[in-house]
Design a protein around this ligand. Structure first.
Ligand code: AMP
Length: 427
């Protein structure tokens, strides 16, 4: 089967790596891909917003399955265009992608289905948003309703800060994504990322993972797309996994099916583990980046077969096998990230890093210039390692990073610290 993978990040490199191992795969194409993906797939320049062009490409190259990595094409309805053309694909319809495309949509669904999440209000103008704020305790969370590339959320310590966030949204800081604002109660606890394949009716949990959002060591500094991740996440005990499936994931799948907009793809729940149990912070309708990098390192089953089973609605007959090993990934970012990253600096030593046993170096924002690999984005590389424990995977990932010569980059030095502390405490 010829497969087309859409996307260009570290997530897509990890997916490409796992798809490449599938006995079902004949040839892998990626649009647009990156310098790392190019070692596994034929990268093509395709405007994925032009659905007719994508359909023509699929017909011309005999593509049998399409994997949609990022959220933007899903929210823009690429899944629907493929379905209408009879093309099998992995990723939800536009209506089901509302779970990520509109935070207000998801909050309303949670309210209807009794899914645990923070109390909230939805607002279309600043005056009513501020009237609601006046009645609420702080800290409080202000969110642009739509897709804002991870930048539309402000956890406000004071009411003045919350009001400023409301004004920023309505002044157009996030374009159309900020035309509506969701104000949400602050939830205290530890965050975890939870993934489940959903085929419209059934849900199959993946192993647990946790990421680090803040740019600096000790979880300080501004939020980013994610500076590292590890799996398993010890905070997610088997009991919490069960509760998350019973109280959050399955009710969501059932509610979406009941609305006539079944969810097919991977549901990525951002959870807050509170004293009272798991609460939903947000949904994403695609794999996480960088969580996917650690999940793919641990996955033993055929990813392509699992994705096809998801698309075919037969996940109830499907199971996934995982390595017992832990996996950990460290994001190497270009200096300046998450502000304006410096582009074009040269990266050396990648072959030495990936020659280490149990190590994969996934590319995120890179480009090839002859023999040279250059930085071409904010998050640039994901140095990923397996180990018997998170501590061992961590040590290996940092050994691999020590082989990389990239003066233009920086990274955190403490990825996985919570899990390592828990492992140490357990002895
Ligand atoms: P989101 O894009 O909705 O995942 O929000 C980005 C980040 O903001 C989350 O990963 C949390 O760290 C934080 N956050 C969002 N909503 C809440 C909430 N209700 N309580 C506490 N923190 C939150």
């Amino acid at each position: 089967m010829n497969v087309l993978l859409i996307g260009s990040g570290g997530r897509e490199h990890a997916l490409a790596w796992a798809l490449s191992a599938s006995p079902l795969l004949t040839k892998l194409y990626a649009a647009p891909g990156n310098a790392g993906i190019a070692e596994l797939a034929t990268c093509v320049a395709l405007d994925v917003a032009d659905h007719d062009a994508v359909k023509r490409f699929i017909a011309d190259l005999g593509i049998g399955f399409v994997v949609i990595g990022p959220e933007a094409p899903l929210v823009a309805g690429l899944g629907d265009a493929l379905a209408a053309a009879g093309v099998k694909h992995f990723g939800p319809s536009q209506a089901a992608a509302q779970l990520e495309g509109s935070k207000g949509f998801t909050k309303d669904l949670c309210r209807e289905a009794g899914i645990p999440t923070g109390a909230y209000g939805r607002f279309k103008d600043a005056a009513s948003a501020k009237a609601y704020l006046a009645e609420q305790p702080v800290p409080i969370v202000v969110k642009a309703d739509g897709l804002a590339a991870g930048k539309g959320v402000v956890v406000a310590a004071t009411r003045a800060e919350a009001e400023a966030a409301v004004d920023a949204c309505f002044s157009g800081a996030f374009g159309a994504a900020g035309a509506e604002v969701v104000i949400e109660a602050f939830l205290a606890g530890e965050e975890a990322s939870f993934f489940a394949l959903c085929d419209g009716t059934h849900a199959l949990a993946l192993v647990t993972a946790q990421d680090h959002k803040r740019v600096g060591d000790d979880d300080t500094g501004p939020n980013t797309g994610g500076m590292g991740a590890y799996s398993p996440a010890p905070v997610m005990t088997p009991e919490l996994v069960q509760r998350t499936m019973d109280e959050i994931i399955r009710p969501t799948v059932a509610a979406m099916a009941a609305r006539g907009t079944p969810f097919k793809g991977v549901l990525f729940a951002g959870l807050m583990i509170t004293d009272g149990g798991p609460q939903l912070i947000e949904y994403n309708v695609r794999f996480g980046d960088p969580e996917t990098q650690v999940l793919m390192m641990r996955l033993q089953s055929d990813l392509l077969a699992a994705m096809i089973a998801t698309a075919d609605g037969v996940l109830d007959h499907f199971d996934l096998r995982w390595r017992d090993d832990a996996a950990l990934t460290v994001v190497l970012a270009a200096k300046g990230y998450p502000g304006t990253p410096e582009k074009g600096t040269e990266i050396r030593g990648l072959d030495a890093a990936r020659a280490l046993a149990g190590v994969q170096v996934f590319h995120a924002g890179t480009k090839r210039d002859g023999e040279r690999i250059l930085a071409d984005g904010g998050r640039v590389l994901n140095v990923t390692a397996l180990g018997a424990t998170v501590a061992e995977a961590q040590a290996r990932a940092y050994q691999a990073i020590a082989k990389i010569d990239w003066p233009g980059g920086f990274w955190r030095h403490d990825i996985g610290w919570r899990a390592v502390l828990r492992e140490t405490a357990k002895g």
